[in-house]
Each structure stands twice: as structure tokens, then as C-alpha cells.
Design a protein around this ligand. Structure first.
Ligand SMILES: NC(=O)c1ccc[n+]([C@@H]2O[C@H](COP(=O)([O-])OP(=O)(O)OC[C@H]3O[C@@H](n4cnc5c(N)ncnc54)[C@H](OP(=O)(O)O)[C@@H]3O)[C@@H](O)[C@H]2O)c1
Length: 337
């Protein structure tokens, strides 16, 4: 299968290493992956024979200096339009407008190429348009890594609950805020917990989207569109971040409860109600035991009733593994998770 990578940052680079590491496993599954192009913000490295992973990683480190297969100014859109490829793996930065990922995904689907993405923003902006385009062109658009990295969400629903109806979903879907709240529960104030999160690699210096609940709300939009109702937008989600949780942490300590930033989607007749807000959870709630940067989801189905999934999250390798799993799904004849 010929892969075209768009974005060669943390996830893209880790994915290339992971493909190399899992070579034998992939071969045992009958999957052969050839990376024919890698685009970053300035140009594209390309080889229809397949790029050498070690070489591309080394040359990216030295700004592609002396690498003859890198064409400065040949954009990801040029590569998607003009080169032969089966799957476009879209790993560009998340933005409010959805660009550049939105145009890249639309172009790939219109060219009848499958798409795997970890980038939330195009789906938040245009979920219905993109999934309709994929269906129309008989290609797949897979996005497991967009919500809580490798926490099995979409593949689990598809593999296990297609005949059921999801009524209620609650989740801890932002590792940064879960880590910060955990530090505050140990007695630190918000600012020093945030600094600790940055030092430990759980947060970027500018992580207001995480702290203000926006990143979690974007995940809610993707989940709501996937499982409840197409056409749901970010402005339909009630959002409250964690800047004012000090008093809740005090109350939690006194009542043996935990504070968590909870994403919630509830089916109310034909409507859905969506929120992201800090909540006090009793010790019996499985979400209360999700610590550090881990993430989890509690789903209530009409027939299956309550399902709880949680995942240890340690970093970008798990995001890359969710991306690779989606690629394998496309390469496998079976459609299961
Ligand atoms: N990191 C995680 O664990 C994680 C988890 C879940 C989801 N995600 C999502 O995955 C995506 C990638 O994350 P990341 O951490 O790898 O980001 P990153 O380190 O910032 O890398 C982004 C890459 O995209 C490239 N890029 C920027 N504009 C481009 C354009 N117009 N065309 C082609 N490439 C372009 C950048 O090029 P340059 O190298 O030239 O700057 C860079 O290589 C993001 O949407 C992120 O939200 C990440």
C-alpha cells in the first residue's frame, strides 16, 4: 500500500519509526507499506520506489539539506493531486479554520484516496461534508487518533455495538487537564500545577485550548457527529475549563470525591446535549479512578448498558500506534477493529 504522509512533526516522525519497528508484524499480517511522499510546511520528499525511513528522519533534522528527493515548494496538495498513492495520512497542525488539513483531506477523498488522520480540526469544522465525500467516492476516512489517541472508541463501537443505540457518553478526554487537576489534588495551586505539567511534557507553554476545555469540546463534536447526530458544531457544546477548580478541589477533599474535567453527551429525544465541565465524581464512579494523563470513556448503550474503557497514555507513540492501526484496517480485507 502506498502511503502519502502530510505533516512530519511529532506524530509523523514517530509513525515512520513505528512502521520500521513493526515491519515483521506488518508482514505477518500481509501488509506491505511503502511511504511514497512526506510533505511538511515547506515542501515534499518523494520517491515512488519508497522513501527510506532512517534517511528521511535524518534529513528532516538537517532541514533536508543535501537530500535530492526533497522538492522545496512542492506542497502536500501538489503531492496528493499528482502522485500515485492509496492512503493519505494527514498529520498537519490543528487550527480553528480546519486548514490546511481540511483542503488536504477533501482533495485526497475527491481523488479516491483513503484518509487516516489524527487532526481533529477538519472533522470539527466539516464532519458531515467529509464523511459524505468519503462515502460518495467509496473510500474510507478513519480518525481513531483524534479522540484520546489510542483509547479504542470508534473501532470498538464499529466492531461491537453497530446494532445498539448509544444513549449517554461521559469521558475524560484531555490528558493535560487530568494531569493538572491531579497535581492540584496533591495540594499545589493551579499555576504551579500547570508549570509542572509543562516540565513533565504533558502541556505546551501555551495550552489555553486544553485548560479552557476547548480541546475536549472538539473531541465532543467528533464523538457527537459519529454516534449521535450529524451537523453538531463546536458552538453547540457548553464549555467550562479548569481555571476555577480550586474551590471544587477543596469540596472534593472534604467529601471523599474527585474532581474531573468531564465531557458529556446525552441523548434527549431527537436532540443531544453536550458539555465539557469540571465535575465532582463519587469514588464509585470509574472515571474518578482515571489518574495522571490517562484517559477513559463511559458509554451507556440501550441494550448493552454500561461499557467502560480506559487507556494509559504516555505520549506520542500511542497516538502514532492508533494511526498505524487505522492504516492496517484499510490494508486488511476484514473490516473489524
Ligand atoms: N502529539 C500527539 O500526541 C497528538 C495526539 C492526538 C492528535 N494529534 C494531532 O496530530 C496532528 C499532528 O500533531 P504533531 O504533534 O505531530 O504536530 P507538529 O509536531 O506540530 O507537526 C505538524 C507537522 O505538520 C507540518 N505542516 C504544517 N503546515 C503544513 C502544510 N500546509 N502542509 C503540510 N504539512 C504541514 C509541519 O511542518 P514543518 O515540519 O515544516 O513545521 C509539521 O511537520 C495535529 O493535528 C495534532 O493536533 C497529536
Amino acid at each position: 500500500m502506498k502511503l502519502q504522509l502530510v505533516g512530519f512533526g511529532n506524530v509523523g516522525r514517530t509513525l515512520v519509526l513505528l512502521i520500521q519497528e513493526k515491519k515483521n508484524k506488518l508482514a505477518s499480517l500481509g501488509i506491505s507499506l511503502k511511504i511514497v511522499s512526506i510533505s511538511d510546511s515547506k515542501g515534499t520528499a518523494l520517491s515512488m520506489k519508497g522513501l527510506n525511513p532512517i534517511q528521511v528522519l535524518r534529513h528532516k533534522d538537517s532541514q533536508w539539506n543535501g537530500f535530492n528527493d526533497y522538492i522545496l515548494g512542492y506542497s502536500a496538495l501538489d503531492a496528493i493531486r499528482n502522485l500515485e498513492g492509496d492512503v493519505v495520512v494527514e498529520l498537519a497542525p490543528s487550527t480553528v479554520s480546519g486548514e490546511p488539513g481540511l483542503s488536504q483531506i477533501k482533495t485526497a477523498l475527491a481523488r479516491k484516496k483513503h484518509v487516516v488522520t489524527a487532526n481533529k480540526s477538519p472533522l470539527v469544522v466539516a464532519f458531515e461534508e467529509l464523511t459524505t465525500l468519503a462515502d460518495k467516492n467509496h473510500v474510507r476516512l478513519l480518525y481513531e487518533a483524534t479522540v484520546a489517541a489510542h483509547l479504542p472508541v470508534f473501532c470498538m463501537a464499529q466492531a461491537c455495538f453497530t446494532s445498539d443505540e448509544l444513549m449517554h457518553l461521559e469521558g475524560i478526554l484531555n490528558a493535560t487537564t487530568n494531569f493538572i487537576i491531579g497535581e492540584m489534588e496533591k495540594g499545589k495551586d493551579f499555576q504551579s500545577s500547570l508549570e509542572h505539567a509543562v516540565n513533565e511534557g504533558w502541556a505546551e507553554q501555551n495550552c489555553s485550548d486544553d485548560v479552557d476545555g476547548i480541546d475536549a469540546a472538539r473531541k465532543v463534536v467528533i464523538l457527537a457527529n459519529s454516534f449521535f447526530q450529524r451537523g453538531v458544531k463546536l458552538e453547540n457544546v457548553k464549555v467550562e475549563g479548569i481555571r476555577g477548580v480550586d474551590h471544587m478541589i477543596e469540596a472534593a477533599r472534604k467529601s471523599h470525591k474527585r474532581v474531573k474535567l468531564v465531557c458529556e453527551i446525552v441523548r434527549k429525544g431527537r436532540q443531544v446535549e453536550m458539555s465539557v465541565r469540571p465535575r465532582l465524581l463519587s469514588a464509585e464512579d470509574p472515571l474518578a479512578a482515571v489518574n495522571g494523563g490517562d484517559m477513559a470513556m463511559k458509554l451507556t448503550y440501550k441494550t448493552a448498558k454500561r461499557i467502560f474503557v480506559s487507556a494509559q497514555f504516555t505520549g506520542v507513540k500511542q497516538t502514532a500506534s492508533a494511526v498505524l492501526n487505522d492504516i492496517i484496517k484499510i490494508g486488511s480485507t476484514g473490516q473489524a477493529c
